[in-house]
Ligand binder design. Structure first.
Ligand code: PLP
Length: 276
């Protein structure tokens, strides 16, 4: 891999030599928030929405509000320093240096902005459901924190079963979301997605599909996946991606007509507006 240049605490660094303290609270206890942003020809997609969510997540975790001008400038500088056709820009914002065992440090947060090359995802994928519920009423519900252990374990389960995403129900058995994606289902030709109250992240791709394509937000039992005509995922790295298998159930013909329409509308609208 060619050497990447990233932003760390106020300036550009070569990725090979950039250093964060081993006592960074983000590393030791997962006290951090993040965003993953698609970059097309050096331009970040939906940056304003991502920065708003970063600020909301930071607020929810009790971190000082990130300096929006600095984060925008860092994204611009990193994208300029690493030209690529399709990239995944990653903003990580943590509690900062804190000697082990103590509360959050007093020296201020750590901000890292980096970009790596991305591949376009295939149009269809396979998913599994996992038996561990998402807590729809937890302190971190709806925040995009770096405490992703639960998602790491679920994704490993998916990989063991030849799938590349895992879907969670919540504590009352309703469909919630994937480890890094939101979920839409088609029932009797109508498009549905779980509401934010299900405990899912307020995905930016989800919001754009709701606005551009239209879908009903509804509580859906997890077993809806056994009878849905079509199912698709949304995320920054997947856009809208059709599901061709859920656990042992094949969904032949994926993407079905409703999903294909959502994929097409999303692609067209996203190409027309870089910061919708
Ligand atoms: N749900 C979770 C848990 C996520 O981590 C993500 C994105 O990483 C999403 C949903 C999808 O959100 P977005 O469309 O903003 O990428």
């Amino acid at each position: 891999m060619t050497t990447l240049t990233l932003w760390l605490d106020g300036t550009l660094h070569e990725a090979d030599t950039a250093r964060v303290s081993v006592f960074d609270h983000g590393l030791t206890v997962g006290d951090g928030v993040f965003e993953t942003i698609k970059a097309v020809d050096g331009r970040p997609f939906a940056l304003t929405r991502h920065l708003r969510r970063l600020a909301r997540s930071a607020h929810g975790l009790g971190l000082p509000e990130p300096d929006e001008d600095e984060v925008r400038h860092a994204c611009e500088a990193v994208l300029k320093a690493n030209p690529m056709a399709l990239g995944r820009l990653r903003i990580t914002y943590t509690g900062g240096f804190s000697p082990l065992g103590s509360d959050r440090g007093t020296e201020g947060p750590t901000l890292v902005v980096a970009v790596v090359e991305a591949r376009r995802r295939p149009d269809t994928t396979a998913v599994v459901t996992v038996p561990w519920p998402r807590n729809e009423r937890g302190a971190l519900t709806g925040l995009k924190t770096t405490s992703y252990g639960e998602n790491v374990v679920a994704l490993a389960r998916a990989r063991e079963h030849g799938a590349d995403e895992a879907l969670f129900g919540n504590t009352v058995g309703a469909l919630c979301e994937g480890t890094g994606s939101n979920v839409f289902v088609v029932l009797d030709g109508e498009l549905y997605t779980p509401p934010l109250a299900s405990g899912c992240l307020a995905g930016i791709t989800r919001a754009l599909v709701l606005e551009w394509v239209g879908a009903k937000e509804a509580d859906l039992p997890l077993d809806v996946l056994e009878r849905a005509e079509e199912v698709f995922l949304t995320s920054t790295t997947r856009d809208a991606q059709a599901i061709r298998r859920v656990d042992d159930r094949a969904l032949p013909g994926a993407p079905g007509p409703v999903t294909a329409k959502a994929m097409r509308i999303f692609t067209e609208r996203a190409a027309a507006d870089i910061d919708p």
